[in-house]
Write a protein that binds this ligand. Structure first.
Ligand code: ADP
Length: 315
């Protein structure tokens, strides 16, 4: 169980100069998966760790979980150094892995009891019922794991990660292949944990999901942290907006005169002009559209989203 840590640390997870090089296999070149990463994840945050495939996210998480050995630098979880104080570091974190690997012969209730035993949680302090109810698996407590659906298995992995009540929960792509309803249910549970003070670290490919859930986001690319800031600040980095115009009559393509902007057609017949707010004003764009002989039926302005920022930063 977790050793008391008073006062609570400022950062739930802290990495300083964290480095990882995977040794070459055969004649291949070694892979420098993490390049002296500095990253501080504030206690109590709902933190998104995003990046393209191969960026180094899993390597980072697996170092924290003790599955991958770092090549250099240091990392601590809840103030416990993973190298010099591995027991307490490990006790402070629950990791929901990407793969749905679980023993097919144990029921959810048994799986949680075994996991609790592994972490040394005394029988009287186990929360098997509470956790299974929270993830919507209480009805399935005695079913074989192999009879559970993909979404149920995913929720069982979250349940297993919480048996020792860690103050930090890491979810590595938790909603891949999970349908919309179950995704909601999973997020409701994770949000309730966050509301109770658990620091959440999430990696996901669903940028919309990250934008909705995470208060702070780090973007990692080629093993380097290229951004780490509050979500609204990150999104406001992009001084870009999109003007959506529905013309009175269909416009003839090609539509010349807007080569300095990003022009696109929508299936509805509307067209969009994406522009830099420090280079163009709406007034100017409207003048140009009218000058091109287009009568405007309707218009709106779209703000940039996390996906736009992500593409811009990682392109
Ligand atoms: P992500 O989780 O962001 O997709 P990973 O941490 O899985 O990225 O991978 C980072 C880099 O390290 C990639 O180039 C990947 O091919 C490489 N890598 C990951 N695991 C291993 C391994 N066990 N052996 C060799 N290279 C690896």
């Amino acid at each position: 169980m977790l050793a008391p840590h008073s006062p609570p640390p400022e950062f739930a997870i802290e990495a300083r100069g964290l480095d990882k090089t995977y040794r070459a296999q055969g004649k291949g070149k070694p892979t420098h998966a993490l390049k002296s990463v500095d990253l501080a994840i504030p206690r109590g945050s709902f933190f998104g760790l995003l990046g393209p495939n191969g960026a180094g996210k899993s390597t980072f998480i697996n170092i924290l979980g003790g599955l991958v050995v770092k090549s250099g630098g240091a990392a601590s979880i809840w103030g416990h150094d993973i190298e010099t104080d591995p027991m307490n570091a490990r006790g402070a974190i629950g990791i929901v892995p990407q793969e749905l690997n679980m023993d097919p012969f144990f029921s959810p209730a048994e799986a949680l009891e075994i996991q609790a035993g592994y972490y040394g949680v005394p029988k009287g302090e186990r929360k098997t019922e509470e956790i299974l109810k929270a993830v919507g698996l209480w009805d399935k407590r005695d079913a074989y794991a192999r009879t559970l659906s993909g979404g149920m298995k995913r929720r069982l992995l979250v349940a297993k990660a919480m048996v020792h009540s860690p103050p930090v929960l890491v979810l590595d792509e938790p909603t891949a292949g999970v349908d919309v309803d179950l995704r909601r249910q999973l997020w409701d549970y994770v949000r309730s944990l966050h509301a109770r003070g658990v620091t959440i670290v999430l990696t996901t490919h669903y940028l919309e999901e990250a934008q909705e859930l995470c208060d702070t986001i780090a973007i990692i690319n080629h093993g380097e942290v290229i951004a780490c800031e509050p979500t609204p600040k990150l999104i406001s980095r992009l001084d870009q907006k999109t003007l959506v115009v529905t013309p009175q009559a269909p416009i003839a393509l090609p539509f010349p005169g807007f080569e300095d902007l990003v022009f696109a057609m929508k299936p509805t017949g509307a067209f969009t002009l994406t522009y830099r707010t420090n280079e163009h004003s709406v007034e100017e764009l409207l003048d140009r559209i009218r000058a091109a002989g287009v009568a405007i039926k309707d218009l709106s302005i779209e703000e940039p989203n996390l996906e736009d920022v992500f593409v811009e930063l990682t392109a």
